[in-house]
Design a protein around this ligand. Structure first.
Ligand SMILES: Cc1ncc(COP(=O)(O)O)c(C=O)c1O
Length: 339
């Protein structure tokens, strides 16, 4: 299938316009020279929607379907305190004239940076007009959110629960489309990608990218670098792929045993806990290419990419694309750890 056919096939899905697309594909000349590798970066930190990131692409489809049915006036969603998904969902709600309630799980120890609970994404959620409730990390987040949706519906609101990371089959379609965009850019720029590296969590970004690249017949290994335990997210990503295949009416395009690759070696002591390799990655990319990564997701993913090249698991003569999935507002939640 060509990228044009793929875009055409996805055009039957309802969508709202939230993103600045296409995001640029750029050479990473500085880090590439430093590592002796052929590196490119897909700037999904530049999707727009309140400082960019991968959730904007997902929300175009996930919210699009509810809006098309006139079935939504209030969004209830979940994430960590410094969730980028929460920030971009709050921005989407503001743009679309919807109410937004965020349930944010406090996963960090009390000793976390003093700014963690009030700056970065939290500050922006507040500015964007979202109602925020911080809850303990006791496993009840999704139940609390669903209960809240039920209560709002009883009050007559058209409330909808959007899962964390907007990781639904519809959210993943945003990244199938990203694969088509990437393929077109690679053709124009003469890039022959053999490896795509990105931060993986709830799995919809990876599910969409892998499915899209397979539909396009591209021989690319997608490395999902995990940012939190459990380190292996393959089962979760496989579930997202299966949901996506059902939505697209396709079958077994992705072979999970071969096509779904996750690496859990760069998490360190846990979700959102800084590592030395993350700090090195942030500093190298900032100083050699003038690009800001984030401390929770893309910093650890870039630490993974650097290590995969240094250890030869990604050969230095093969074209590598890093997907910058955003998150830089989170930098301001870590002044003590990064300053
Ligand atoms: C900046 C950033 N990168 C990557 C991810 C992971 O994306 P996904 O949940 O689709 O695996 C997230 C999600 O929380 C994120 O905020």
């Amino acid at each position: 299938m060509t990228d044009i056919n793929l875009v055409d096939r996805l055009s039957r899905f309802a969508r709202v316009d939230l993103c600045h697309l296409p995001t640029p594909l750029e050479p990473m000349a500085g880090l590439g020279r430093h590592l002796g590798a052929r590196l490119f970066i897909k700037r999904d930190d530049a999707t727009g929607l309140a400082m960019g990131g991968n959730k904007a692409r997902k929300l175009e489809f996930e919210l699009g379907r509810w809006i098309a049915d006139d079935a939504i006036d209030t969004i209830v969603t979940v994430g960590a305190v410094q969730s980028n998904h929460a920030r971009q969902t709050a921005a989407a709600a503001a743009r679309l004239g919807l109410r937004c309630e965020l349930l944010l799980e406090d996963r960090q120890p009390a000793s976390a940076d003093s700014a963690y609970r009030r700056s970065g994404n939290v500050l922006l959620d507040h500015l964007l007009g979202a109602a925020m409730t911080v809850v303990p990390a006791d496993g009840s987040l999704e139940t609390r959110a669903r209960d809240r949706v039920a209560a709002l519906r009883t009050e007559g609101r058209r409330a909808v629960y959007i899962p964390g990371g907007a990781s639904t089959a519809f959210g993943a379609i945003g990244y199938v489309l990203c694969a088509a965009e990437l393929a077109a850019q690679c053709r124009t720029m003469g890039v022959r990608p053999r490896h795509v590296v990105h931060a993986t969590g709830s799995g919809a970004t990876q599910a969409g990218l892998v499915t899209g690249l397979k539909l396009l017949g591209m021989d690319v290994r997608v490395w999902g670098i995990c940012h939190g335990p459990p380190p292996s997210k393959v089962d979760r990503i496989r579930a997202r792929v299966e949901d996506l295949e059902r939505a697209l009416h396709i079958a077994q395009v992705v072979d999970p045993a071969v096509d779904l690759v996750t690496v859990g070696d760069y998490i360190g002591d846990g979700y959102g806990v800084p590592t030395d390799a993350m700090r090195e990655a942030l500093a190298l990319v900032a100083r050699l290419d003038g690009i800001l990564l984030d401390p929770v997701y893309t910093g650890k993913a870039m630490a993974g990419l650097i290590d995969l090249i240094r250890t030869g698991r990604i050969p230095a003569d093969e074209d590598v694309i890093f997907i910058h999935t955003g998150g830089a507002p989170g930098l301001f939640a870590y002044p003590d750890s990064l300053g």
